[in-house]
Write a protein that binds this ligand. Structure first.
Ligand code: URA
Length: 432
């Protein structure tokens, strides 16, 4: 078999066989296919798409390229959640604690942020001492004993994805539906969960800019999961404006804990309860989402979810006192208000650009090797549709540099005050 023939077939719109896909993935992992031929096939897939059968085979071959986590020792139906990534998206943190508090084991393998989107692992590391690089053995032990763990990928999960993702990043082939779907699902299947709820973001701050694109990705993810016997539901949610009020690592931990104390912002609470309800139904602890939602609300009012979160921090070596004392996490030297230029209502707050503003402050990475400043970020006071007076603060910028003119200019160009706002729904669609 020759790689050139595989590229030629896909370039001309043909359907690759399982043997051809296996040859490709083996060559990626064994380094027998040069980067220029891998990249050429990625570009051909980008333009020609893949059939459902090709997507499933690609996912399975990528999954089989590395280790698989064995969670069989953990009793019960294990349920995980994945988000395609957003700005201010700290949902995984309160969600894992709430779902664990109703008795469902949550083995969450999360990622780091790159570009304008944040990563759950980076947020957790704002908590002094907390470890996210944990051995598989300790991961299984913690999920069994505490009911939840949020960690980085153990061992060598889907090495083919690592190589392919790095090439997609530099060949402008990241936003390809079959490549995103196989990348996400190969890692999720390898992570050993029984069931998965996927938050597919759509809007300015998401990979999928339109609802139609998001629905197509959601369908592909759910189909791949279900084809291997994983219970899978996707919820399409809005990412035109940041989620919640806080963006930045320490700030997002604070907001996640606020939610667990019953003091979270309404949009974050709604998305968390909705995703969580589907997790509780998949975990067979409730017959329907309405009952599941009540159970999750009860974990907040009783304090059970907050205690789960505290216990998880302690189990992963972090300082659990942060739950009661936010000053134990790093905070920025300057708090700079960003006033509204005129009176009206907020009509635009581009999520991706607000995320880039936080990244420029040091809260995110431009390159994978960048060091993060956990203290910095943005506290949004006014969201889409909110009335505002000229001079009133739209947001507070938390910075460790006094001169933030670049960040201020970026925000000024991407936040608009007008007369009528079109406030997008928080939740668009559920795909089962
Ligand atoms: N997340 C992933 O893991 N892979 C992608 O391709 C996109 C988002």
């Amino acid at each position: 078999m020759r790689m050139l023939d595989i590229i030629d077939k896909k370039r001309n719109g043909g359907e690759l066989t399982a043997t051809e896909i296996a040859f490709f993935i083996d060559g990626v992992v064994n380094k027998t296919i040069p980067d220029y031929q891998i990249s050429a096939l990625l570009m051909a897939i980008y333009f020609q798409d893949m059939t459902a059968a090709e997507r499933k085979t690609l996912t399975m071959k990528m999954m089989e390229s590395g280790d698989r986590v064995d969670l069989s020792a953990v009793p019960g139906i294990k349920v995980d959640k994945h988000s395609t990534g957003g700005v201010g998206d700290k949902v995984s943190l309160p969600l894992a604690a709430m779902v664990a508090a109703v008795g469902i084991p949550v083995p969450m393998i999360s990622g780091r942020g790159l570009g304008h989107t944040g990563g759950t692992l980076d947020k957790l590391e704002a908590i002094p001492g907390l470890q996210v690089e944990i051995s598989e053995q300790d991961f299984v032990k913690q999920v069994t004993e505490q009911g939840l763990a949020i960690i980085g990928a153990t061992g060598d999960i889907a090495p083919a994805d690592k190589k392919i993702y790095a090439l997609r990043d530099v060949t402008d082939t990241v936003d390809s539906l079959p490549l995103i779907a196989s990348s996400i699902m190969s890692k999720k299947i390898a992570s050993g969960t029984d069931a998965l709820v996927i938050d597919v973001k759509t809007g300015a701050g998401a990979f999928m800019k339109t609802q139609e694109q998001a629905a197509a990705l959601a369908r592909a993810l759910v189909d791949i999961g279900q084809s291997v016997g994983m219970q899978c539901i996707a919820v399409i949610t809005d990412m035109n404006q940041p989620l919640g009020h806080k963006i930045g690592n320490t700030l997002e931990i604070e907001e996640a804990i606020d939610l667990l104390k019953g003091q979270g912002p309404a949009d974050l609470e709604e998305i968390t309860l909705t995703l969580g309800s589907y997790m509780v139904v998949l975990g067979q602890k409730a017959p329907d989402v309405a009952t599941a939602k009540k159970m999750l609300q009860e974990t907040i009012t009783s304090g059970a979810a907050l205690e789960r979160f505290r216990a998880m921090i302690a189990a992963q070596g972090g300082d659990p006192r942060v739950v009661d004392d936010y000053s134990l996490m790093p905070h920025a030297q300057y708090q700079i208000e960003f006033p509204a230029a005129k009176s009206g209502v907020v009509t635009q707050m581009a999520a991706d650009e607000v995320g880039i503003a936080s990244m420029l402050l040091g809260g995110g990475r431009q390159q994978a090797s960048d060091q993060l400043d956990y203290a910095v970020g943005i506290d949004v006071h006014k969201k889409l549709g909110d009335p505002v007076q000229a001079g009133e603060s739209l947001l507070t910028i938390h910075s460790n540099q006094a001169d933030i003119s670049e960040v201020q200019a970026l925000l000024a160009a991407n936040i608009t005050i007008g007369e009528h706002a079109q406030v997008p729904p928080r939740i668009y669609q559920v795909i089962k």
